[in-house]
Design a protein around this ligand. Sequence first.
Ligand code: 3PG
Length: 306
Amino acid sequence: MKKVLVATVKPFASEAIDHMRDVVEAAGYELRLLEKYSDKAELLAAVADVHALIVRSDQCDAEVLNAASELEIVVRAGAGYDNVDIDAASKKGIVVMNTPGQNSNAVAELTFGLLLHLVRNGFNGTAGTELFGKTFGIMGYGNIGMHLARIAKGFDMDVMGCSPTLDEELAAEAGIRYADGPTVLFSSSRIISLNIPSNHDTRGIINRELMMMMPKCPILVNTARKEIINEADLEKVLEEREDFRYAADVAPNNREILEKRFPGRVVFTTKKMGAQTAEANINAGTAAASQIVAFFQKGDTTFQVN
Ligand code: 3PG
């Protein structure tokens, strides 16, 4: 009998686990759970005899993969798979998948929660500003970007997108303006949302030069990954531009310094929670379980990333 392990430091909503169990057990497999583990040794022991693994942002490195001698498939229940050592998995013939689009609306909604918090001065009762009519730049027009554009249009914002998946024609079809590269996006948008993956091409690319280009009273929101922003540059920009504000669901390593030095101008969630809604958990968790069943039963490799 195939054993499917759900290993999550940050657990899914219990309803999501119920759905996942239904899918896995209906196929005649066993669902195992390892939630809120604090020690990597627990993960290494839990993967020892499982055939499939479902993770979230959990570190799935070569040590974990090597400890899993029966493992055939890892599904990252979510979009970004920078936590999985793809090369190590490929070397071992382990299929790696993600579940694109399943949690993206939750991340898009949180982006606007962070934005409203900043433009309304942390809800402290003083006069803030509105989102209405402001230019909203989306860096990375994927599943989250599309939800952001829909919500931003509801606020009557002027939406612009920059993405390798976008051109003039596709942007026009989506009803947004096209930015031909980050320079155009950053120099034109008063508010920017970062929605690009973290990989060797994107690490640290959001630098001082780009941030300094933003028009006056800019806000940068990062719900993607902390690695894409140059943290030293971010601190410098906050120092050099008194009008610059930053919100992130992926707090930087210098979080405490920034909070202390720039109160009211930076906001960070307590822990990464963009995808932390019941709906997103159910969507991504159920998709992960279904993809595993389809892989074992039909050899279906849709959403394979390696
Ligand atoms: C993703 O890549 O899907 C999001 O960043 C959500 O990550 P999480 O599952 O750790 O909340």
